[in-house]
Design a protein around this ligand. Structure first.
Ligand code: MOS
Length: 701
């Protein structure tokens, strides 16, 4: 195994709309998902969950469950296999009698069928002793200062003197913006098949898991189970979406592993229900963003302050980096950002598409819209006037800062010119009509530790292997194109293998870093293979390599950018909101596959619109659990809501960041989109709503 800095590759297969290489398997149903793989004599596992937010399990009465003819066993904290490590309070289930949130796993039921397991779980009687709990984020309880925010960013930053700059500013905007709890709802709910065996005299755990990162799951589980990572094999050949909720193993994965430990080798299938996902598989924290902007009369920012209040769980810390994009977005000599958390008796918050950037840029881009109005400026012009020469935080030039080009191209395509300055000035029948704009940004990330394997096959074909996961994004297809160009062959000559820890290590499908991270390793391995074996290799030759970084991160700041334009119609009498047009224009580097990339960007835009109009996980304040725990009550944008969503991108091919020229596309589509919709709703009605979602009641009366 070697590491090398891969040289840029020319695009031949890259840039073409190659249909998904796994499309036939998916549409014919032969692609097996986590609980669909044939395994011998599987048992079904069902979860029993706590019904109090904090306290302890007094007793678990199994008798009625065990009397059910299909039920085999019940496992609780008194007899669950012991873990070697319990630091991860989310994963360390059934190790003691403590209850940390309502919905936590307190027992497992194993049965011959999923129906029997579910009925058995209903028959288990859990006596709980309740203790006073705190489950709701407020401005006055978010006082804990985390050491770092996700993934390892500074908690607070301070440059210059914000207070003095605000005192001397011509225009000061001070406002608070709130975003709600939101839940990822990938089409395929979380699911795991697990079984134990032996290999070379050592325990061996095998999982089919619906995961964004098989190596990450093995790395998280193995030490907790007292094993080496190599003793845990995780496979995820197909995954029905994740958006971050499958970025790390959640408690149900450990539940499946522990349950399977008790069955004498029989495999266990555990399928999390849609309702259980609202308690067990992560969510986006609610956020409160307190903004202060100070500008001169021409709209040039002198001060930006963004103080974030949000929440974490007492079981395990997750601190969302909500102010991170504020640090680099606009030029202002005086800047201050901070994050404070309420530590609550709730489920552990986690990643949801653009954690940090999504809620943070929502607040920032609505604040900019308000500042534009206060300065009497067009909102696009305000952004132009605050365009920095260098990354304000790092002091480095941007490798590519395509924001103004995105704004200009988007404005032209959308028909922004001639937009009435005054809000509430256009009506079409019963509908107020308005337009709004917002900027988007997302950091370009390349994860370390990725290794790819190239093997020559007969007939001038190549097997290309990397232990990454295609969660439905089209990664398998894009990586095939990258491998083809890196080896100077057609995509037909590539057999791509992924989704298995038996393949070389790969980072998570997260942070929009997959293509950049895995693709760079594939290019490095391909170039190393050519160096070692030439262009006409005999079959059976193998090379493994990872991609070393050069010094580019010391010379440049790497970000993607975008501009989002929305048209919103608000019904005069009911306040109903419609979004007939939504356009995103992006600077994301080279687009490897325009078909799958468009799906990613449009999907992000739809999810941002969904956040603007609908999404909110409503809690029961007594217990902190989510009551809107299904798709009938947790509303997401559906087909009828998506009428005119379009995405396009600038033609770019800078290869400073990756040898492919790509920068990542998974998350930027959701960033700024809710702000564009909110700004358009304001422009339509003259009513400024600062808290998401933008519900109809706010726009009437
Ligand atoms: Mo994405 S929230 O980084 O999986």
């Amino acid at each position: 195994m070697t590491d090398l800095v891969p040289a840029p590759i020319d695009a031949k297969a890259m840039g073409t709309a190659l249909p998904r290489v796994d499309g036939v398997e998916k549409v014919t149903g032969s692609a097996a998902y986590a609980v669909e793989h044939p395994v011998p004599r599987p048992l079904a596992c069902w979860l029993v969950q706590s019904t109090i937010a904090r306290g302890r399990v007094v007793s678990v009465d199994r008798s009625a469950a065990l009397a059910h003819p299909g039920v085999l066993s019940v496992v609780d904290h008194t007899d669950a296999p012991r873990l070697a490590e319990t630091d991860n309070g989310e994963l360390a289930i059934l190790q003691d009698d403590r209850i940390g949130f309502r919905g936590q796993i307190v027992a497992l039921v194993l049965a011959e069928s999923s129906e029997a397991a579910r009925e058995g779980a209903r028959l288990v009687r859990v006596e709980q002793q309740e203790e006073p709990a705190e489950a709701e984020l407020r401005e006055d309880n978010a006082t804990y200062r985390p050491e770092k925010v996700n993934p390892s960013m500074e908690t607070d930053t301070e440059t210059g003197d914000v207070d003095t700059a605000l005192a001397g500013a011509d225009v000061v905007l001070e406002q608070t913006y709130r975003t709600p709890y939101e839940h990822n709802n990938p089409l395929e709910p979380h699911a795991t098949t697990a079984w134990w065996g032996e290999e070379d005299g050592r325990d061996r755990l095998t999982l089919y898991d619906s995961s964004q990162g098989v190596h990450g799951v093995a790395t998280a589980l193995a030490p907790m189970l007292g094993m080496e990572k190599e003793q845990v094999r995780v496979m995820a050949p197909y995954v029905g979406g994740g958006f971050g909720s499958k970025g790390e193993a959640h408690a149900h994965v450990m539940a499946a592993a522990l349950a399977a430990r008790t069955t004498g080798g029989r495999p266990v299938r555990l399928a999390v229900t849609r309702q259980q996902m609202f308690a067990l598989t992560g969510y986006r924290t609610a956020t409160i963003s307190k903004f202060r902007l100070g500008a001169d009369r021409d709209g040039r920012l002198a001060a930006i302050e963004h103080g974030v209040l949000e929440q974490t769980s007492r079981l395990r810390e997750f601190a969302e980096q909500t102010a991170s994009s504020t640090r680099m977005m606009y030029a202002a000599p005086n800047r201050r950002t901070s994050h404070r958390l309420a530590v609550l008796d709730v489920a552990v918050p986690s990643w949801m598409r653009a954690p940090g950037e999504m809620p943070g840029m929502y607040a920032h881009e609505v604040a900019m819209d308000e500042l534009a109005e206060a300065c009497g400026l067009d909102p696009v012009e305000l952004r132009r006037r605050n365009e920095p020469d260098l990354d304000p935080e790092k002091g480095l030039p941007f490798d590519r800062r395509g924001l103004l080009e995105c704004l200009d191209r988007g404005a032209a395509r959308f028909g922004w010119a001639g937009r009435p300055r005054e809000p509430r000035s256009t009506r079409d029948g019963e509908w107020w009509v308005g337009t709004g704009a917002a900027s988007a940004t997302y950091p370009a990330m390349r994860q370390p530790g990725n290794v790819a394997r190239i093997e020559s096959l007969p007939d001038a074909r190549y097997a290309v292997s990397i232990g990454s996961v295609d969660i439905g994004t089209g990664a398998r297809t894009a990586l095939t194109q990258i491998a083809a160009d890196a080896l100077s062959v057609g995509p037909d000559a590539i057999d791509l293998h992924l989704g298995d820890t038996a393949l070389p290590p790969a980072s998570v499908a997260g942070g929009s870093s997959g293509t950049s991270s895995w693709g760079s390793a594939i290019v490095a391995a391909a170039q190393q293979f050519r160096t070692e074996h030439g262009h006409r290799p005999a079959p059976g030759l193998r090379t493994e390599a990872g991609a070393e970084r050069g010094d580019e991160a010391e010379r440049f700041s790497f970000h993607s950018f975008g501009a989002v334009f929305a048209e919103v119609r608000v019904h005069r009498d009911t306040g109903e909101l419609r979004v007939p047009r939504l356009l995103g224009v992006y600077s994301v580097g080279r687009v490897v596959n325009p078909m799958t990339a468009r799906s990613q960007l449009v999907g992000g835009l739809v999810m941002g619109m969904s956040a603007a109009l609908f999404e909110e996980s409503v809690r029961d304040p007594r217990f902190g659990h989510v009551v809107t725990q299904d798709l009938a009550t947790y509303h997401i944008a559906a087909h009828a809501d998506v009428t005119g969503v379009e995405a396009e991108w600038l033609d770019e091919s800078t290869t400073t960041f990756t040898p492919m020229g790509s920068r990542g596309i998974g998350e930027i589509g959701i960033v700024g989109t809710a702000a564009a919709v909110a700004n358009a709703a304001y422009h339509a009605t003259g009513i400024r709503v600062r808290d998401l979602p933008l519900t109809a009641d706010a726009y009437v009366g």
